[in-house]
Design a protein around this ligand. Structure first.
Ligand code: ZN
Length: 401
């Protein structure tokens, strides 16, 4: 018989006619009240609005003026009683009424926690598993409940940190392909005894042009004239001015590799007595094999630069198709555009005038230099077809390195 059914009958109809039976009946009612309250306290509410709603429902069920269970008990159990039973039942009813103070709204809102819920075993059944829980251990900030199935539900009051939630994962960066290639190239030359030199990105026209054998009237200026800060100052158009600065700073002998973070150029420079074109070829051949792979062969073609004489362009045999221009089944090679060769850098013997501008006696010393684009090396090495990818900060691209 439910408690609603019990309170709709008189004690006589329930067969309760003596004190012990009255005691037992009220103990049962009291247990039901306690259990319903405890369940709400244990379950908690997802929000203060929900807490108010469930607390009011429980309060009204028991204490509602007209239809509450206590009102029914007063009406059905107490009022029809005989004179001798009235004091016995009246006393138990008063005890019950005192106990029922814990169902007043104020007490329920004080005791029912608002929770954020986490259930490590099955998020979908957290309410059910919690309601049928074996044990609940309350702490200052929350409740840890161990269910009978062995799963653990952790509930923490809002406002307190829930240590069981996954944290924010910070994405790890990686070395940018340009930086990676620059370091790789520097490592090769450092291993050969070169040092690293950097120069200013805003350069005088003298260092950028005149000292490199490119006087104001020289046609080569047309290609490079770009951004002047004023008549005498220019945003460096290449790394070659560092040659002059390095020569002036260190004099001869000088092995050096310089780079510009602006357009990612590396320039190599070696000055000493008896430096010949053979040193240039040997060094660059070694460097290309170190960087692109031991099977790579180099090829030198004459070209023109104002600051070197003679000047050359260096190509390497394609490391994908091994110089064949196509793969085993005849498909043309994308990396070398089917030519079998990839042009990678410019080089040459330093022009005697440039040595002179650098304060080095061209009668006594000679030297060679090369320049290469790090971006280009990275594109060739990693088979990247769009240089824009280096500067777009697209994580899908950068994460691959
Ligand atoms: Zn190829």
């Amino acid at each position: 018989m439910t408690i609603e059914e019990e309170v709709s009958k008189t004690l006589a109809e329930l067969g309760v006619t003596e004190a012990p039976a009255v005691e037992a009946l009220f103990a049962e009612v009291r247990a039901a009240m306690d259990s319903e309250r405890q369940e709400l306290v244990s379950r908690g509410a997802a929000s203060s609005t929900e807490r108010e709603k469930t607390a009011k429902a429980l309060r009204d069920r028991w204490l509602g003026r007209k239809n509450g269970l206590l009102a029914h008990i007063d009406e059905k159990w107490l009022k029809p009683l005989s004179r001798e039973m009235k004091p016995i039942v009246g006393r138990k009813f008063n005890e019950l009424r005192q106990t029922s103070a814990q169902l007043e709204m104020e007490a329920l809102i004080r005791d029912v926690p608002v929770r954020a819920k986490v259930n490590s075993s099955d998020p979908g059944s957290k309410d059910a598993s919690f309601a049928s829980t074996g044990q609940a251990l309350s702490t200052a900030t929350g409740t840890v409940a161990v269910t009978t199935k062995g799963s653990v539900a952790v509930e923490v009051a809002l406002g307190a940190a829930d240590l069981t939630l996954p944290g924010y994962r910070r994405r790890l960066g990686s070395i940018h392909p340009i930086t990676r290639v620059q370091r790789e190239i520097e490592d090769i030359f450092l291993g050969l005894g070169y040092s690293i030199e950097t120069g200013p990105e805003v350069e005088t026209a003298y260092y950028n042009f005149d000292a490199l054998n490119i006087p104001a009237t020289h046609p080569a200026r047309d290609d490079m004239d770009s951004l002047y800060v004023d008549a005498e100052t220019v945003l460096r158009t290449h790394t070659s001015p560092v040659q002059i600065r390095a020569l002036r700073k260190h004099g001869a002998p000088l092995p050096d590799a310089s780079h510009s973070p602006m357009f990612h150029q590396i320039e190599g420079l070696a000055v000493d007595a008896d430096i010949t074109f053979a040193d240039l070829k040997g060094t660059l051949d070694f460097f290309c094999r170190k960087f692109f792979g031991e099977k790579v062969r180099t090829s030198f073609h004459p070209t023109y630069f104002p600051f070197t004489e003679p000047s050359g362009e260096v190509s390497i045999s394609c490391f994908v198709c091994d110089g064949a221009g196509s793969d085993a089944v005849g498909r043309s090679c994308r990396t070398c555009k089917a030519s079998g060769w990839i042009e990678v850098m410019g080089c040459g013997m330093i022009h005697p005038d440039v040595l002179g501008h650098g304060g080095v006696d061209p009668e006594r010393y000679s030297g060679w230099a090369f320049g290469l684009g790090i971006d280009r090396f990275a594109m060739v090495k990693y088979d990247i077809h769009d240089i824009q990818l280096f500067f777009q900060s697209d994580m899908r691209f950068l994460e691959q390195f």
